[in-house]
Ligand binder design. Structure first.
Ligand code: ADP
Ligand code: MG
Length: 384
């Protein structure tokens, strides 16, 4: 008998689903592993009758069709926030259906993740110095300590609203470059420290921003680079590094995100180009892998189990590995783009294998979804 996996998604304008091609692949792998994948959004849930009007992929006709289903035994939450309306809907769903089993969950914003991870002595040496933006004075002091500084919105994604400040020689101020909230590249300009908050007026620095030590990541041609690692739970419920790949930002960009025009390259090629010797490459790779696993384990201890995280890492010119960001809903495109299809396929398969592992573990007492407590939970406010 096959089992069901529900994918919780979100409609974009025009009732489009953002990651439909990923869900299609998930469905195809699901079939092979005896799992029926259903995709739905909070809009498709009939609360009164505890049923969902979900999409299922039909391989024979290569099309998506809708079916009414009961609540699936496990849910892969892929919702990313796009505007206040969607945010309200998804928060309501998560709060109403706390008793469902989730394969993935929202973690926390960049600032709270930073604070949680700094508690761990294995991870702390890999965290760039970071503060929450307070005021001009604090920023000026931070700029005196670090020749490169990044300012990032703590709940931002895809390289939006990120500014890099680079100290110019001879006390000539700072070079400010970045991307606005719509991810448009801001041309480089020279500023004084005092002018920075003025230039970024309206960006919500005090409520939304963290200020972070910048890691020097410019390549010889001026483009920046970093690495995206995917850590996932395997079919035995153990954390594994599924893969890691390099990303190179487009010219004039201070971010390397693929959606912002970045290109993907294998981690080995990238490290070999920068560090030459096999030994050094091997030791950096090992440090990065160990760090990735420590991060996943630490976050799991804090938030409860989840199936995967996309970890943005930087390697500075000395070979030290730094954590830039943890993504709870990672894309796996980087492996398709480097042509590492084996890793790409593994990255799609693993959440299904882990779902099966969780369901097998829980198989003993049969749960009837109708008996689950689906009553709304008391309103919790998100700590953004
Ligand atoms: N401290 C930093 N030092 C150097 N580069 C950084 C730093 N923080 C971010 N970046 C660059 O900006 C990109 C986006 O930053 P990130 O923190 O991952 O936010 P987002 O959620 O927008 O992806 C990174 O992939 C990297 O290229
Ligand atoms: Mg990122």
């Amino acid at each position: 008998m096959s089992t069901q996996l529900g994918v919780l998604a979100m409609y974009m304008p025009g009732r489009k689903l953002e990651e439909l091609s990923f869900y299609r692949k998930l469905s195809v792998y699901g079939q092979k592993l005896g799992v029926d994948v259903f995709v739905f959004t909070p809009d498709d849930v009939d609360d009164n009758r505890s049923r969902i009007h979900a999409l299922a992929y039909n391989q024979a006709t290569r099309s998506w069709t809708r079916r009414w289903i009961g609540f699936p035994p496990i849910i892969y939450d892929r919702c990313r926030y796009h505007g206040a309306d969607n945010y309200r809907k998804i928060t309501r769903f998560r709060q109403k259906y706390t008793k469902l089993r989730y394969l993935s969950r929202p973690l926390a914003n960049k600032w709270n993740i930073h604070r949680l991870l700094s508690e761990n002595e294995n991870i702390a040496p890999h965290l760039p110095s970071t503060v929450h933006y307070k005021n001009r004075k604090q920023l000026e002091q931070f700029l005196k300590k670090h020749p490169i500084v990044y300012m990032k919105p703590k709940s931002g994604t895809g390289g939006r609203g990120i500014v890099r400040l680079q100290r110019l020689r001879g006390g000539r101020g700072y070079l400010m470059q970045g991307r606005d909230a719509e991810r448009r590249i801001l041309p480089a300009t020279k500023v004084t420290a005092a002018r920075i908050p003025v230039r970024l007026a309206g960006w919500g620095l005090q409520s939304k921003y963290i200020v972070q030590q910048g890691i020097p990541l410019e390549l010889k041609d001026g483009r920046v680079h970093d690495y995206r690692m995917l850590v996932q739970k395997d079919g035995q419920g153990k954390w594994q590094v599924t893969g890691c790949a390099g990303r190179i930002g487009p010219p004039f960009s201070v971010t390397s995100n693929l959606h912002g025009g970045g290109t993907a390259i294998s981690m080995e090629t990238m490290l070999k180009n920068r560090f030459g010797t096999e030994e050094k490459v091997k030791s950096i790779k090992e440090a990065a892998y160990t760090l990735g696993l420590h991060i996943a384990q630490h976050l799991e201890a804090k938030f409860g189990t989840f199936c995967e995280a996309g970890i943005d890492l930087a390697v500075d010119p000395s070979g030290h590995v730094w954590l830039l960001e943890v993504n709870p809903k990672p894309s796996r495109d980087v492996f398709r783009l480097t042509g590492d299809l084996q890793t790409y396929r593994k990255a799609i398969r693993r959440p299904i294998e882990f779902a099966l592992h969780l369901l097998e573990k829980k198989a003993a007492p049969k749960t009837d979804t109708k008996l689950l407590n689906l009553a709304p939970q008391s309103q919790q406010s998100e700590s953004h």
